[in-house]
Design a protein around this ligand. Structure first.
Ligand code: ZN
Length: 171
């Protein structure tokens, strides 16, 4: 088990869409490291490319809410359907620390994904769970929360974003 470095805004890897998982046998140690890294950073979700792993896979732990009692691993996911109804939620991101943004997203989604046993599932999600899934799916498609707001909104955080960009460049 190991705590991995979480890539920050400005790192080009975060802009690359991830590849499908084909070999499930190599996942267990990767997933262990991802949970260690997420807990160390006190996050509620983490996508594989945030720790430099090019796989379509993310983890979620929102057990602090009453929405779910388990931790979750979502593999090769696709959002199949979105509700017309949307809502704003303030989102943060471990790759953009110190920047919280109001992001508008569909309230409910139908999500198709695989679990570690390679089984396929299709389920509806709402509330915080739906938001976290959409946030992490954005990561796997190379999209960050700053890409989801207006240029003006992004500009308000320019100082912080420039600092993160410097950190990413120096690595
Ligand atoms: Zn994030």
């Amino acid at each position: 088990m190991a705590v991995l470095d979480i890539l920050k805004y400005g790192n080009p890897i975060l802009k690359e869409p991830c590849d499908l998982v084909k070999d499930f046998s190599k996942l267990p140690p990767i997933i262990d490291d991802m949970f260690d890294s997420m807990y160390e950073a006190e996050g509620i979700g983490l996508a594989a490319n945030q720790v430099g792993i090019n796989l379509k896979l993310f983890i979620v732990d929102i057990t602090h809410t009453r929405e779910t009692e388990d931790t979750h691993v979502f593999i090769n996911g696709t959002v199949m359907k979105c509700s017309k109804e949307t809502e704003y939620l303030e989102e943060g991101c471990l790759s953009v620390p110190g920047v919280n943004l109001n992001i508008i997203r569909p309230k409910e989604i139908t999500f198709r994904y695989q679990t570690i046993d390679e089984k396929w599932h299709q389920k509806e999600f709402n509330g915080l769970f739906a938001k976290v899934i959409q946030h992490e799916m954005d990561h796997l498609n190379g999209i960050l929360i700053v890409d989801r707001v207006t240029a003006l909104e992004k500009m308000k955080h320019q100082k912080k974003l420039s600092e993160l960009m410097e950190i990413s460049k120096s690595k």
